[in-house]
Ligand binder design. Structure first.
Ligand code: AMP
Ligand code: MG
Length: 528
């Protein structure tokens, strides 16, 4: 079988670091550094994404070849690959952190596909000039979490980077998982991530912060030509302030819509630093992410953020806005100093977020949003009720699909809805819910649509299965013990998250008691 042929456009078109030395350092005047993956001892392919392989035009038989595993582990290269680590900066937890860069990721090369060029990136393939004190490696549990969730997000319809493969390295990686001063060796792994581009807000912030406006311009024009060609079609044209402003608006809009989508599914990213926000509006850098079990707007899965809760569920839309503002300020030198362009982008973000979020939540409850009919208050009141006592976000919305088809407004709380609560519904909670249902049910009839069609539509937006932390934790423990059946079962079930699948019904349900405070289920840290 012919080996995939790669190219290296990012390297060809953008200035790079003249040094190939691996030691940690500040890299100026360059957007990437050449780097080789560090070989691993005994790579084993644990899983690959068949749907993604098909999209990329890769024959599934390729993944049966030992050489493919070697490439996906960083031990060999396909023709045309020229690996590099990207240079970028970022605001971490609200503070400018300076140069960060790909400390444990490296792009092997780009693969031309029918749908356009994509970058193949290994995460955990060894140190780079951006590794600072880190080892450039990743452990199996965090790699498996990234692999599973990227693919799940795609099938849920959310823009995301993809994951092609999960390879165990055969090497141990030492981590202090509990931050208790007792590090232990864990199995290492590498994920091959795939996206049209891994450029982040922080990619633009770094040259801007360093006053390197020529480099900033080069990167912005590259981005526009490669990824937003409708904004800068001509190969020789320079981007004017107008084009950069139009681009900022588009990034703002994509980011707002992405976060509205997350909110509607109960996804919490966990580390929305500006180096973890994709310029293409993709979900990127799956670390201490999580899915709401009970609807607690202040919930964050990230233990590092437990005190401040900067990146908790309810803050995500506002943090997206703050991040867009950081990007706008970084672009100011190319906006001809027009600060109004940033204000306009923020306005667009707010409007795009409000529109997307109301539409998505209205769809979840079977409505076509009508502000004049009071749907805004109806949705607000529901979220307030849900937050009033522990109620499972995913289960509750999924169950509402059955209630919509009732021939009359409910006169008692339907059992399916009551079952989504983590505590018995008291009289007051039950009355609150019933009152809401009796306002909502007639609204679903206002459009004259067939109730069965409404119910069907609700089941297409309210997932049956999401990769909750406790579910993934079970799969991780099995994989660490060498049992891969559960991983494959979960991956295949997540290809159809809106379809009930009795064979995996045990993964659909309220968070079990054992998972409430267990590390990996409720508590996760950054960068493992
Ligand atoms: P993250 O929190 O994963 O977004 O990482 C923030 C920064 O730390 C990025 O520049 C990463 O490349 C870097 N980093 C995280 N983990 C490691 C590691 N094990 N080795 C080297 N760099 C790392
Ligand atoms: Mg990151």
């Amino acid at each position: 079988m012919a080996k995939p042929q790669c190219i290296a456009e990012f390297r060809r078109l953008l200035p790079g670091d003249p040094s190939a030395a691996p030691h940690p350092r500040q890299v100026h005047g360059a957007l990437w550094s050449p780097v080789q993956p560090t070989p691993v001892a005994a790579p084993q392919l644990l899983a690959f994404s068949r749907p993604l392989a098909a999209t990329l035009g890769l024959d599934p038989a390729l993944f049966e070849q030992a050489e493919t595993t070697q490439v996906l582990a960083g031990n060999q290269l396909w023709p045309g690959m020229a690996p590099y680590a990207a240079n970028y900066g970022g605001h971490q937890f609200g503070h400018w952190a300076g140069q960060l860069g790909d400390g444990r990721a490296l792009v092997l090369g780009e693969l031309p596909t029918a749908g356009g060029r994509v970058e193949l990136q290994l995460k955990g393939a060894g140190p780079t000039p951006y590794s600072r004190a880190g080892d450039g490696r990743a452990v199996l549990r965090s790699s498996l979490r990234e692999f599973v969730c990227s693919e799940a997000m795609h099938h849920l319809g959310v823009p995301t980077t993809r994951a092609l493969s999960l390879v165990a390295t055969g090497d141990g990686v030492v981590r202090d998982m509990f931050y208790d001063g007792r590090p232990r060796s864990e199995p290492g792994a590498i994920v091959c991530r795939v996206a049209p581009s891994f450029l982040r807000f922080g990619s633009y912030e770094l040259p801007s912060a360093r006053g390197d406006h020529a480099l900033l311009r080069t990167l912005v024009e590259y981005t526009l030509r490669q990824h937003f060609p409708h904004l800068l079609p001509n190969d020789t044209a320079k981007a004017t302030g107008r084009e950069v402003a139009a681009w900022l608006l588009e990034v703002a809009t994509r980011t707002a819509r992405l976060i509205a989508h997350w909110q509607s599914l109960g996804f919490v990213h966990g580390v929305m630093n500006t180096d973890n926000l994709s310029i293409l509006g993709l979900t990127i850098d799956y670390g201490p992410y999580g899915w709401l079990d009970d609807f607690d707007p202040l919930w964050t899965p990230n233990t590092t953020d437990a005190a401040q809760r900067r990146y908790c569920y309810q803050n995500q839309p506002g943090i997206g806005l703050w991040n867009v503002e950081r990007l706008g300020l970084a672009l100011l030198p190319l906006l001809d100093g027009d600060e109004q362009a940033i204000a306009t982008a923020l306005e667009h973000y707010r409007a795009a977020y409000a529109e997307a979020a109301t539409q998505r939540f209205a769809q979840k409850v079977g409505l076509t949003f009508d502000a004049a009919a009071g749907d805004g208050a109806l949705l607000q009141d529901l979220l307030q009720w849900l937050a009033g006592a522990p109620t499972d976000f995913t289960l509750w919305f999924r169950a509402l699909g059955a209630v919509v088809a009732l021939p009359e407004p409910p006169t008692a709380v339907p059992v399916e809805l009551a079952a989504a609560s983590y505590e018995p519904l008291g009289t007051e909670r039950a009355a609150g819910l019933l009152g809401w249902l009796q306002r909502w049910w007639p609204r679903t009839r206002a459009t004259g649509r067939d109730p069965r069609a409404i119910a069907e539509g609700m089941l297409q937006v309210n997932p049956w299965l999401v990769p909750r932390n406790w579910v993934v934790q079970e799969v991780i423990e099995a994989a660490e013990a060498g049992e891969l059946g559960l991983l494959h079962k979960l991956l295949s079930a997540l290809e159809r998250p809106f379809t009930e699948q009795p064979a995996v019904a045990h993964w659909v349900g309220k968070r079990p008691e054992w998972a409430r405070d267990k590390p990996g289920c409720s508590a996760l840290s950054c960068s493992s």
